[in-house]
Design a protein around this ligand. Structure first.
Ligand code: IPT
Length: 970
């Protein structure tokens, strides 16, 4: 035997050598298999050639090596560290060359065959994913080497196996020519990060096979034909099917859709092996300019999913994959784009089983070439085309038998070029049953769908109306947003406005929010780490934390908002309010009727449920709606602001959520709120005792010099004043290239984060204490004239704040309200929007009810701290012994640190609670938008600097009651 010491293959553009041709993936068969996952011996070198390959020889003593867990990334197991860049290559761009500093992990695993391992036949050794390049030896014989990190590679090894003491050696390089094709916006994480499996291959075993299962919606029949490289028989007991491979059979079936994922169990049996099949009958077609499945257009309510686990990176276990699918289904998500590589194959099994439409995307991105005007882009260089075709084939062949996969995607952000065209041609030729997607193909020359990312609402509307022009081919195609609503930090804003467009214009077939989960890495000191936290010389900070889930898979408010916006049943009042006594129910599913849902109503006064019951709703077909009569207003309901809340819940347990899970809800106002009235009957008076500089007014004691309240009803209140600053969100800060949308920068340039409060007058009048101020930043002429007017009826204090802008305000304000400190506060109760945070363009999921929480519970744990936690439409709130009523309703925020501390924090662990609880009562907030990558808030969500007046009525609560409130979880 001889060992090569060459490392030339690392920089070779070819996909590799020695591997078997790609084939369909399946999890189980009656052939034996042996998982080689587990603990492996591991040695890390700084360069690709630091060590010779003698470790691959039998008898090599690796006793002093470290150990790593396979599947896994060595940089997450204490060897080296991860690197995060968005699109910049973290090495000099000189394709296909890679740096000399090329961390190289040698992996060794010694294994015995199980006693019952058959002596006959061959064996396959399968790697489901290795980043970025691997060279393999078994028992001292080199098998070959490969690139294509998130694609399977299989080797024939039967002739090399022995009953015991097999030595499997794998050399993995962090960087290879393949890295140029894998410039996705994510952590660079080398390692054997997916399963390694030894498969027994009996004589005459199944090799590649292609399940063709179409559905004819006119006749209600499905046609099945299984093409198999090795002939055999196909049986589907439930359908009475027993046919030879290659032979079509047509039978009445229930179709597969993401809403009704009907799978039929079958078996493909060749002479040597029986492979279980899970068959879903469905037909994907472009017709009338629309993507149709089984003859009906679909609306994608999608997300982009990277594989992520905060400890294990992209080495996902089945439980985590299932958790993703269940979370998606429970949040009304019906589609996934596997951004930007084929996922672990088991994920697609779950999509088949639970029902999700999938855009399966190839492992291809060359985004970093944008830095050089796309010069030398591998996708436009014929030398790389074999590698691109290899990637396309490995994806399509592996995943072609999944009914959930309806669209193939060539990759992401790879510019344009002949290689992409070659991939599209190959895919179209191999699989005529699905569509091809690639966002970078502006003219849709190679693709079947017009796809864009981050187009703003106005442009999407033009596209929906067909007013966007462009090449003829493109104009005839349906439209999707393969990425939109950048979910970085607080946000995304504007989801509801997109959804309205999708629902109105047929051509707009929905979109995929960017992205599913924050890629934060669990860190002992920082909570979750992001780019730069490992000392990377180049990095893109927290741009890697832009998901709808926090890294620990807790849903962020963005996911709750998305769930509400895309709910498949619309529950609305037809007239202006629910006083009309009817509710309109519309079935927004594409395929399912409403028979799986049960409807209920509740009648609430001042946020308290007075009565509840069930509502009978017909099993409307997709797209149908009905006016449903609500019951009479419950007898004896107290007076006050009233709402009907109508819910659609699961009528029985489903595989993805239990009975009573809320799928959709709507709230119908019945009668308006009465705003608090405080008669100004009390005179401000000097405090008792002279020289202490106090003024009393009803329950309030004020500093006579500044006019600021010191106590209200005995509760100490500090620093009450106008506040316009918020700790800028990732969207406020905007992406680097969004120069005119970087409000955070504009605000800071103006000095809105360091406003000065000039006191002009403290006027003690007949019935009011009036404090006149001007609030303005240093170095600027603009400001806000601000008047605080305090009145009282003896028990309560009313504060009316009037502001008027001076000077030329061209930017919106971050917020407008007051802030003050309370010495102690923990429990918070309120009547208004909840349970979670809401801002002007993220308020769909905010439901009017009574809520209770705690100051700590009101914080949203964004990985990079920023403005968060505001509760919208608050009529009244109680905390720290104060009761506050708003006229009009307000946004409520309370936290144990100041806005300045929040603004300065880089990680959650920087937020240290102080003695004071800082409360913000905001008359208004600027919208959130999604300009951390996409568009800014729509103009109607801008907080313009305009004259404004708003009031708060303060009184005390004897004690904050601990009586549980009815409404909290309902
Ligand atoms: C877009 C990328 O496709 C995606 O991977 C991610 O990086 C996203 O941006 C931002 O988080 S590309 C961008 C140029 C719009």
């Amino acid at each position: 035997m001889s060992f090569r010491t060459t490392t030339a293959y690392v920089e070779d553009v070819s996909p590799g050598s020695g591997a078997l041709p790609p084939r369909a993936w399946y999890a189980s068969s009656d052939a034996k298999s042996l998982s080689l996952n587990g603990s492996w011996r591991f040695r890390l070198s700084a360069t690709a050639d630091a060590e010779d390959d003698s470790f691959a020889a039998e008898g090599y003593d690796a006793g002093d090596w470290a150990e790593v867990t396979v599947p896994g990334h060595w940089v997450l197991q204490g060897h080296g560290s991860p690197v995060y860049t968005n699109h910049l290559y973290p090495f000099p761009v000189d394709p296909p060359r890679v740096p000399t500093e090329n961390p190289t992990g040698d992996h060794l695993r010694v294994f015995d065959l199980p006693a019952d391992w058959p002596a006959d036949g061959g064996a396959g050794l399968r790697f489901d994913g290795v980043e970025s390049c691997a060279r393999i030896w078994l028992n001292g014989t080199e098998l070959g080497e490969f690139k294509g990190s998130r694609l399977p590679h299989e080797f024939a090894v039967g002739h090399l196996l022995k009953p015991a003491g097999n030595v499997l050696a794998v050399r993995v390089h962090q960087w290879s020519a393949g890295s140029y094709l894998e410039d996705q916006d994510q952590w660079w994480l080398p390692g054997i990060f997916r399963d390694v499996t030894l498969l027994h291959r009996p004589a005459d075993s199944v090799r590649d096979f292609f399940v063709h299962a179409s559905y004819d919606h006119v006749s209600g029949t499905g046609t099945l034909r299984v093409d198999s490289e090795v002939p055999g028989r196909v049986t589907v007991p439930d359908l009475g099917v027993d046919v030879a491979t290659g032979e079509p059979v047509t039978v009445p079936v229930e179709p597969w859709t993401a809403e009704t994922p009907r799978l039929y169990d079958g078996v493909l049996a060749t002479g040597g092996e029986r492979v279980p099949l899970r068959i879903g009958f469905r037909t994907v077609a472009l017709s009338d300019g629309l993507i149709k499945v089984n003859g009906r257009p679909v609306l994608f309510r999608g997300v982009n999913r990277h594989e992520w686990h905060p400890e294990r990176g992209r080495a996902l276990d089945l439980a985590t994959m299932r958790e993703d699918v269940l979370l998606m289904k429970r949040h009304n998500i019906n589609a996934v784009r596997t951004s930007h590589y084929p996922p672990h194959p088991a994920f697609l099994d779950l999509c088949d089983e639970y029902g999700l439409w999938v855009i399966d995307e190839c492992d291809l991105e060359t985004h970093g070439f944008t830095e050089q005007g796309w010069r030398d882009n591998p996708v436009d260089d014929d030398r790389w085309t074999p590698a691109l075709l290899d990637r396309a084939a490995r994806m399509v062949e592996r995943d072609k038998n999944h009914p959930s996969v309806v669209i193939w995607s060539l990759g992401n952000e790879a510019g344009t070029g002949r290689g992409l065209t070659a991939m599209a041609e190959w895919i179209h030729g191999r699989d005529t049953s699905r569509l091809v997607h690639y966002e970078g193909d502006a003219g849709c020359r190679d693709t079947d769908v017009y796809s864009r990312m981050y187009a703003d609402h106005a442009e999407v509307e033009r596209i929906g109306r067909g007013l966007d022009g462009g090449p003829r081919r493109r104009r005839e195609l349906p439209f999707i947003l393969c990425e939109y609503a950048h979910a970085m930090g607080n946000g995304p804003g504007g989801l509801a406005d997109y959804q309205r467009l999708f629902e109105v214009h047929d051509r707009l077939q929905g979109g995929f929010v960017w992205e599913w989960i924050d890629h934060g890495i669990a860190h002992p000191e920082l909570g979750f780490a992001y780019g730069g936290d490992f000392g990377e010389e180049l990095h893109d900070g927290n741009f890697v934390c832009d998901g709808l889930l926090f890294p620990d898979r807790q849903p962020s408010p963005g996911l709750v908002e998305y769930q509400k916006v895309i709910e498949p049943v619309a529950i609305t009042a037809d007239g202006t309010d629910g006083a009309a006594g009817t509710v309109r129910i519309t079935n927004g599913y594409d395929f399912a009727d409403l028979s799986a849902l049960a409807f209920s109503w509740s009648y609430e006064v001042e946020g308290e449920t007075v009565d509840r019951g069930t509502l009978s709703v017909p099993a409307l077909a997709p797209g149908e709606s009905a006016e449903v009569k609500l019951p009479a207003v419950p007898a004896g309901a107290p007076a006050g602001e009233a709402h009907w809340t109508v819910r659609a819940v699961l009528a029985s347990d489903t595989p993805w959520a239990p009975k009573d899970h809320v799928v959709a809800w709507g709230q119908l106002p019945v009668s308006a709120r009465r705003v608090p009235y405080v008669a100004a009957t009390t005179r401000p008076a000097p405090g008792d005792g002279d020289g202490d500089g106090e003024i009393t007014l009803g329950p309030g004691v004020f500093d006579a010099r500044t006019g600021a309240p010191r106590t209200i009803g005995g509760v100490p209140v500090t620093g009450l004043r106008l506040d316009v600053w918020r700790a800028t969100t990732d969207n406020d800060d905007g992406a680097a290239w969004q120069s005119d949308l970087r409000y955070g920068l504009l605000w800071r340039t103006l000095g809105l984060h360091r406003m000065r409060h000039r006191l002009d007058a403290v006027e003690v009048g007949e019935d009011a204490l009036t404090v006149r101020t001007r609030v303005a930043p240093a170095a600027r002429e603009l400001g806000l004239s601000t008047v605080y007017r305090w009145t009282s009826d003896g028990d309560r204090l009313r504060l009316t704040v009037s502001t008027a802008p001076d000077g030329d305000w061209t930017v919106p304000l971050p917020r407008l309200g007051i802030r003050f400190g309370l010495a102690a506060a923990d429990a918070v109760r309120w009547y208004g929007g909840g349970p979670g945070e809401a801002y002007p363009d993220t308020r769909s999921a905010s439901r009017i009810a009574r809520w209770q929480s705690t100051v700590d519970g009101m914080q949203t744990p964004y990985v990079r701290p920023q403005e968060n936690g505001a509760r919208a439409d608050v009529r009244w709130a109680e905390l720290g012994g104060l009761r506050i009523e708003g006229d009009p309703a307000f946004f409520l925020t309370a936290r144990r640190w100041t806005t300045e501390h929040l603004d300065a924090a880089a990680h959650r662990t920087d937020l240290v609670p102080g003695d004071t609880v800082w409360v913000n009562l905001d008359h208004a907030q600027h919208g959130i938008g999604s300009q951390s990558c996409g568009p800014a808030p729509l103009p109607r969500y801008h907080l313009r600097a305009e004259p404004a007046e708003f009031s708060f009525v303060f009184s005390t609560t004897k004690s904050v009651s601990s009586t549980p409130l009815q409404n909290l979880s309902s």
